[in-house]
Ligand binder design. Sequence first.
Ligand code: 5AD
Ligand code: SF4
Length: 464
Amino acid sequence: MSMNEQSGDAAKSSNEKTCFIKTYGCQMNVYDSQRMEEALAAAGYRPVASAENADMVILNTCHIREKAAEKVYSELGRLKPLKQQNKDMVIGVAGCVAQAEGAEIIARAPVVDMVFGPQTFQQLPAMLDEIDDGRARGDKPKLVRTEFPAAEKFDALQAIARKPVTRSPSAFVTVQEGCDKFCTFCVVPYTRGEEVSRARADIIAEARALVAEGVSEITLLGQNVNAWEHDGTRLDGLLAQLGEIEGLERLRFTTSHPRDMDAALIAAHGDNKKLMPYLHLPVQSGSDTVLKAMNRKHSASDYIELVKKFRAARPDLALSSDFIVGFPGETEVDFAATMALVEEVNYAQAFSFKYSPRPGTPAADAATQIDEAVKAARLARLQELLNAQQIAFNQAQKGRVLPVLFDKPSKSGDQMSGRSPYLQPVHVPFDSLGNHDAAALRGRILPVEITGAHANSLSGILAL
Ligand code: 5AD
Ligand code: SF4
């Protein structure tokens, strides 16, 4: 999705430069795309809503599953005729495909001018200058930047001013990058590098600046966010400090690894009133054999015990998770264990995937790959169960009054939308607002009586 939807696409003046960033994958990429947009704005680039009118097009890519990576090449195919029309166009591939495939991308898709990994986007303006200089000499420069200076990236984040646009009342802040867990299916340790934590003072400063701009909900991001640590402070301490910022009403963090959960973070779910009662805690499988082969370093019962501790600290906590079906060697018995774990935990929401072999990861070389049809059948069974749990969770909100953080009118244009504590989209019809001005609801947290529950959202009326 473009980060620039609100910016419109007015005709550009002759010396003005424009950019379009297309984002794939996780919230970390959404955050990075916003930062790239800011780096480009400082270099005089205005964001536009489509690639057609853009001088610079960046695909910020995801490498987590094969399909995600292949989408990038089909998009590059679509960009080719546009570049033929606009010879000045610069095409960049950023993110995890860039990190993993580097120069191979240019070999396979010669329309690409620059390839840069998740750690190097602060060099964008300098890279663009290099391309300009090269083209002025009649060359076709191709740049590949995939070094790993994560700490440097965090320094650069400080230098890029976050722009005071009409932003959502909910914002992401990256606090941690990289992963040292090496789950045998996963490319992240290779594409995002080792775990690095951002300095506490920098995070607090960024959060304060966002709150000054009207943000009232912050989601801390990291591939292994609960491994965040700085000067002896762990995530619970950071959340406590953020909780003291006046005007910051809601805190969330994602994604956590079960192994990095500690007692203090569990307790924070009872003590820190700003921490939302919703936790994304991926388990991947309910089978101990599969968990071991995945190198998850925890068993199914470790996970279930952890969930129990969280629920003891915060009885209204709702959970979400990620699952992989058809991991090499997964038997019907293993899959049944996953179904049993889902039954036991009872999720509010979940993401589930067929195992996708990723080149360079240990599981990709296993001889026991599962047939695609078997994977598809298991995924359908798992998703049926997870969907039923999600619908039941949404239904259970009917009649309750939930605090909703309002953001903007929904796409249909006749209702205001916001988020419940459980991240469910909540829609409130304009005609039920009485004398409340819809625009004035933006950024406010107000009680909503839930009157309707759907598969992916709730509806209700203001309960003031
Ligand atoms: N195949 C399928 N799913 C994967 N994930 C990560 N790597 C793979 C893979 N090779 C899923 C995991 C992870 C989520 C972000 O993506 O469930 O938690
Ligand atoms: Fe990948 Fe495992 Fe690290 Fe998560 S914890 S990013 S699944 S290696």
